[in-house]
Design a protein around this ligand. Sequence first.
Ligand code: GNR
Ligand code: NI
Length: 175
Amino acid sequence: MAILPIIEVPDPRLKIVSTPVEAVDDEVRQLVADMFDTMYDAPGIGLAAIQVAVPKRVLVIDLQEEEDAEGKPVRNPHAFINPEIVEVSDERRCYQEGCLSIPDQFAEVERPDRCRARWLDLDGKPQEAWFDGLMATCLQHEMDHLNGVLFIDHLSRLKREMVLKKLAKARKAAA
Ligand code: GNR
Ligand code: NI
């Protein structure tokens, strides 16, 4: 178990375009395991490798929407290696997004409602499927990270600057 430090804005590494994984080997599987530990600890519903300073095209998602009898979230981990979005719906949806690299800041982002993705699983096997709802939103948010894009990059300049100003203020208050 390894909880890795999450890098935050304005770290320039968040703008890196991550590189495809060449082989799904034990090193990649260890990275994925550490990313799950880090995501659950944060807690968050998704994490891209660059957020733990690894510029590889790897992301993990667990919406943790179900609960067991005691009200504890049921784990539903998904790992995506070298993911690509191959098709999106014309319909869009708005969702109040947040990001572990922009802590405690939220803003409405509009994205395609559904997306079809292609990726490698932990055995290196190609997979392809449609996603909708929060899974589609989260997958597109994580895909953006692999391309050096943050949710605030989808906002107007004014709104982006408002988010960054609020973050600066919150950090100052916490210091
Ligand atoms: O934990 C997270 N919540 C979230 C909420 C709405 C849309 C996207 C996300 S992803 C985010 C974790 C994160 O920063 N992943 O990159
Ligand atoms: Ni994020």
